[in-house]
Every structure is written in structure tokens, then in C-alpha cells.
Design a protein. Structure first.
Length: 273
């Protein structure tokens, strides 16, 4: 008898799998003499073992305690599949299956990969006097491919942050694109090749630079009135007038500076990276 342990049956927190067409025994075994041992190939630690017609877990690695099982009722059908619950990054690697009974012995191996679908990307947009920053943030596993495209389908230079795994064993991905113009028409694409996942999120955004100066004027005017009132209550008389004149001088400089900066930005319209 030989065994073909072709696919490892596993259940993870993010991608449950229940495939019992694995660990297939070519011929129905004599269960009384059947011995099945699953091990990690790289260090030979015991993942699960069965012999003398029952599970034998005295030598099982502590990392797999209460996480593994075999489909014992299906031994007669030639199924020596292993089930692992709570699969995580630590379980990734090659597994070796050994099967013995009075008819002979056999072995096979299978690789376990771990993946988690990336969550819905969270969008944030930051605007200042010179740039528009569009950022997406998401979690998943393994490392993704990230692409930013302009409205013509051309790739854009972007910034990518890939942080170490979170408590769930996932990558935290932050990616942003900076545009030096008041209009953005881009598409964010993330691909998880292991799980054949592809996320595309278009972003179309624009704003009017001319609104920046009226907003500064309004805020500055309110600030001036408030400070004038406070100074009047605190000092009264001539000191209050002097304080108001000083504040108005500062306001004039602030507004002129804002107008100059805005005019300079309005004249820029660089092409996408």
C-alpha cells in the first residue's frame, strides 16, 4: 500500500478550507495495523500521529495541541487527511505524511501556504496649499502588489509603507500618492496573488484654490475681533486701541502672505509622476 498525501486539509481564521480529498490512501487500509504520522519536514516535529486504532499525541509538538484531527471514520475509504484549526503564519511550510500497515508503507509531502484577504481599503485625503495627498490603508497577508494609475492608465510613482505583522499576523499596508495640483483622477490597485484577490478603488477629487484666501480672511477677522474684545476688557482705553492696531498689522501681513502663496500655487500644474 502507498499513500499520496497530496493536499493538507487546514482551517485558518481568515480563509476556512474543508477539503477532504487529501492524504488519499490508494487502497483501503487494515485499520487495526494502520499507523499514520504527520510531521513538519524542516524539523521533524510531530504534528499528529495515529496507531493502535487511536490518536497517539504524547509526542505531539505543543504548537499543535488541541488543533489537529484526522478523519478516522473515513480511513476505510483511504482518507488519511489531516485537519489543522487556527492556521497562522507560524504553520507555513512543508508537511510530511507517513502511512504504514501490514500491506506496506508510503509517504508524501505537501506545502501549506497562509493567506488572508485584504480588508476594504480605508481612504483619506489631505489637502494643503501645494499638494493633494490620497492615501489608502488596509490589512492582509502576504505582501501585496500595489499599483497607482492615472486617468490614462499610466503607472504613477507612489509611497508604500509595509509594517510588520499585526496581532493577527497580518501586514498593515499604507500607500499614498501625492499630486501637486488641485485635481486628482487616479486608481489604487492592490493584488494578493496567493488568494487571487484584486482590489481597485478609483479616486476623483478636486478643489478650488481661490477659496483658500476668503477662508483665511474670515478666520483672521474673527480672531481680530476676539482679541480686541479681550484686550478691551483687560486694559481698556488707549491700550486696547494700541493692541487692536498691532493685531491688524499682523493680520495684513498674514493675508498678504496667504495671497502670495496661493497665487504661486495656482500657477503650478505639474504633470503626474
Amino acid at each position: 500500500m502507498r499513500s499520496d498525501c497530496g493536499i493538507l486539509d487546514s482551517v485558518g481564521p481568515n480563509c476556512p478550507v474543508d477539503n477532504r480529498n487529501c492524504g488519499r490512501l490508494v487502497s483501503p487500509p487494515d485499520v487495526a495495523s494502520l499507523a499514520i504520522v504527520w510531521q513538519r519536514q524542516e524539523d521533524s516535529q510531530v504534528v499528529h500521529s495515529f496507531y493502535y486504532e487511536q490518536n497517539q499525541l504524547d509526542h505531539q509538538s505543543p504548537e499543535y495541541h488541541n488543533r489537529t484531527s484526522l478523519y478516522i471514520p473515513e480511513f476505510g475509504n483511504g482518507n488519511a487527511s489531516l485537519r489543522i484549526d487556527g492556521v497562522g503564519l507560524k504553520d507555513v511550510g512543508w508537511y510530511l505524511c507517513k502511512v504504514n500497515n501490514i500491506n506496506g508503507n508510503g509517504k508524501g509531502k505537501i506545502k501549506l501556504d497562509y493567506g488572508a484577504f485584504y480588508s476594504e481599503p480605508r481612504l483619506s485625503i489631505h489637502v494643503n496649499s501645494t499638494t493633494v495627498v490620497v492615501q489608502f490603508e488596509t490589512e492582509g497577508f502576504p505582501k501585496p502588489e500595489v499599483i497607482w494609475l492615472d486617468e490614462h492608465g499610466q503607472r504613477l510613482i507612489h509611497h508604500l509603507e509595509l509594517h510588520d505583522q499585526t496581532e493577527d499576523g497580518l501586514y498593515l499596508v499604507r500607500s499614498r500618492y501625492e499630486a501637486q495640483k488641485p485635481a486628482v483622477n487616479v486608481t489604487f490597485t492592490l493584488k494578493n496573488h496567493l488568494l487571487d484577490q484584486s482590489l481597485e478603488r478609483p479616486v476623483i477629487f478636486s478643489y478650488d484654490l481661490s477659496l483658500a484666501v476668503p477662508m483665511v480672511n474670515s478666520l483672521t477677522f474673527l480672531f481680530t475681533l476676539l482679541m480686541g474684545k479681550l484686550l478691551g476688557e483687560e486694559f481698556g482705553g488707549k491700550r486696547a486701541v494700541l493692541g487692536m492696531l498691532l493685531i491688524m498689522s499682523g493680520v495684513t501681513v498674514c493675508v498678504l502672505s496667504s495671497v502670495s502663496e496661493t497665487d504661486g500655487v495656482g500657477g503650478r500644474n505639474t504633470s503626474d509622476h
